[in-house]
Design a protein around this ligand. Structure first.
Ligand code: FYN
Ligand code: ADP
Ligand code: MG
Length: 585
């Protein structure tokens, strides 16, 4: 047990006179003691009363229509706040519905705690067929950082403290906490109960990098002819915004933001190389990774994307990697200068070595990068200026681009294939942690869960740019958005199907192709059904009016943006991952 934990009080015998508490209250008190303000969940056996009592005692309880969406909300609340987001579900099936979000949180390094009620241990373990019988801890274990079960009321304080520490310390991630039904009604002496709770001290301790590791990184960076900084969502999560900006600006090194790091520095920053991505990756000689992993999104740090001869070959770059997880190093290619520690401390340490004498990168490199970038930006400008009929992704997203520029505090949620990829490169972000998307897994279904949490945690208007397919995974939550009257504007890029709406049934039979949906579906009526505003938009002007009005009124709004059904491409920009295409690589 950590020295930070207060000793757990022994259980005093309960007498008729002494005030008592119970498992319900202790769970609520422990969460409140640790600064948790919101529970995202779905009531039912055995946690219905927990949701009622939590609400009665001042926690905000947001009830969803499906646990996966509640889980996604909790996970992104964790990313946005740095505190674990809490999702509460019923036993077995509800628990399983929450697991996709828990696993996604772990994969993305978002701190989250999934708390599920569970059935009687004695019956579950003898497999006697209990109501919603399942060994939930065993199932959760492989999908999260840690899984705990609390059997006795006096251990609730420890259970919640351990869950919080596991979720936020080191590399953040998902944690499962199993609370069997019997626990909630267990009574104990109130004073002993209070004494058993733990307010976690310093839940995510700083991890200071070793001085020799800092020097090694500085030496490598200083000698670079074509240096590049790569910012990942770990850098956004770290909340070291000012120091990261100072590192980029003082070193004068061009930087490339990963999707959820967009806005950490404004996308319009003069050192941004985002619009020259395919140029800088193979050309750079030293790459400083800050909270970004060399996973599939970065082609594993090798192959043609990095200038390698074939898809497996090293491109010749040297890597410096800042990460809190020591075992991230060398996971894909050699890391020449590993810098293990928290991003805030590592970046501050690097800054200590970057003084006025620091050599700016060679002008030849900077000119080449910025020429390429400026050309791409100009080309994009020409495309965005067009007004094709019907509307396409570019002309629709040009509107969103203007609106985010005018409302830089607004939150942007984004999922889909083409709807995701086009939004990422067209819509500039200006502030950190405003862009929330499908992340490391490319998971569909995060949309409405993320939108709900984004509105609740930030209080800002939320614009959710959704592929019509992506929206379908969580669409029922428009009722949740209306019920809590959240300032969410959902924009569905409706091209009648997955990728596009034009595929044919290859058998010639009467079923439509697997990727095709009902033509001209009226999604906006779903929002109207629950009292929100529905807009049918066939032109950029109608779309603009709809989003601007949604931001002004803060009313739940769904805009059905009718996009040319031929406009999308298979899998957006990751067509190469389709097996037939991958086999040819
Ligand atoms: C970027 N670009 C721009 C701009 N920003 N051009 C002009 N102006 C601006 N502001 C250029 C950039 O240089 C690239 O062109 C291109 O636009 C795309 O940029 P992006 O998005 O940064 O790069 P890319 O190649 O798409 O990135 C690879 C990736 C990304 C794997 C990191 O595709 C990604 O995050 N994908 C997630 C996909 C996903 O999860 N899908 C969900 C499943 S869909 P070039 O430099 O010319 O290349 C199921 O089917
Ligand atoms: P992206 O997908 O944007 O490239 P990833 O999710 O792949 O980002 O990488 C994020 C990385 O950031 C992970 O390796 C994680 O360990 C690391 N990380 C997260 N928070 C911190 C932190 N506070 N300090 C250091 N590293 C962190
Ligand atoms: Mg579509």
């Amino acid at each position: 047990m950590s020295a930070n934990l207060a000793p757990v009080a022994s259980v005093s015998p309960i007498t008729d006179e002494s005030p008592t508490t119970d498992g319900f209250n202790l769970v609520i008190d422990a969460l409140k003691l640790n600064g948790i303000k919101t529970i995202y969940g779905l009531p039912g056996i055995p946690i219905t009363d927990l949701t009622r009592k939590a609400q009665a005692q001042g926690l905000r309880v947001i009830s969803f229509r499906h646990e996966q969406n509640a889980g996604n909300a909790a996970a992104i609340a964790g990313f946005m706040t740095g505190q674990p987001g809490v999702c509460l579900t019923v036993s077995a099936p509800g628990f399983l519905n929450g697991l996709t979000a828990l696993a996604n949180a772990t994969t993305n390094c978002f701190p989250m705690i999934l708390i599920s009620g569970s059935s009687e241990r004695e019956i579950v373990d003898l497999q006697q067929g209990d109501y919603e019988e399942m060994d939930q801890v065993a199932v959760a274990k492989s999908l999260c950082k840690a899984a705990f079960r609390v059997l006795n009321a006096e251990d609730i304080g420890v259970g919640i403290a351990r869950a919080i520490r596991a979720a936020v310390s080191g590399r953040p991630g998902g944690v499962y906490l199993d609370l069997p039904a019997k626990l909630f009604s267990q009574a104990m002496d109130a004073a002993a109960g209070t004494a058993s709770l733990i307010k976690v001290v310093d839940p995510a301790p700083r991890q200071i990098p070793a001085p020799d590791a800092v020097q090694r990184a500085l030496d490598l960076l200083k000698g670079a002819k074509k240096p590049l900084i790569l910012l990942g969502k770990g850098a956004a999560y770290a909340r070291a915004d000012a120091d990261i900006r100072a590192l980029v600006e003082r070193s004068g090194i061009p930087y490339l933001p990963m999707s959820m790091a967009k806005g950490l520095l404004p996308d319009t920053h003069e050192l941004s190389a985002a619009a020259a991505r395919s140029y800088v990756l193979p050309e750079a000689d030293v790459v400083l990774l800050i909270g970004a992993r060399l996973n599939w999104l970065l082609s594993h740090g090798k192959g043609k994307t990095w200038g390698g001869k074939d898809h497996k070959a090293w491109g010749g770059q040297k890597f410096i990697q800042i990460d809190i997880s020591p075992t991230e190093m060398d996971s894909n290619v050699r890391i020449d200068a590993p810098l293990v520690g928290d991003i805030g401390s590592c970046v501050a340490a690097l800054l200590g070595g970057i003084d006025a004498q620091w050599p700016k990168p060679p002008a030849e490199w900077l000119n080449a990068v910025f020429d390429r970038r400026n050309k791409n930006v100009a080309k994009m400008g020409e495309t965005l200026a067009k007004d094709p009929k019907p509307m396409n992704f570019h002309s629709a997203l040009n509107v969103v681009r203007d609106i985010i520029k005018a409302n830089p505090d607004a939150m942007l949620v984004n999922e889909g294939a083409n709807a995701l990829d086009f939004t990422r490169s067209i819509v500039d972000m200006y502030k950190p942690r405003k862009r929330l998307d499908v992340g490391t897994w490319g998971v569909m279904g995060i949309g409405m869960g993320f939108a709900v949490a984004a509105a609740i945690e930030s209080g800002e208007p939320v614009i959710a740019i959704e592929g019509d397919s992506a929206f379908g995974f969580s669409g029922m939550e428009v009722e949740t958005i209306c019920r809590y009257n959240l300032p969410v504007c959902v924009v569905i890029m409706n091209n009648n199907g997955v990728y596009r709406g034009t595929d044919q049934n290859l058998s010639g039979g009467s079923d439509v192709a697997p990727t095709v949906f009902v033509k001209d579906a009226r999604y906006e009526k779903m929002m109207e059904a629950f009292g929100g505003v529905g807009v049918y938009a066939t032109t950029p002007a109608e779309l603009r009016k709809g989003i601007e009005e949604a931001i002004r009124s803060r009313k739940p709004t769904l805009i059905n943006a009718i996009i040319d059904e031929t406009a999308g491409t298979e899998s957006g920009r990751i067509t190469s991952l389709n097996p037939a295409a991958a086999a040819k690589k």
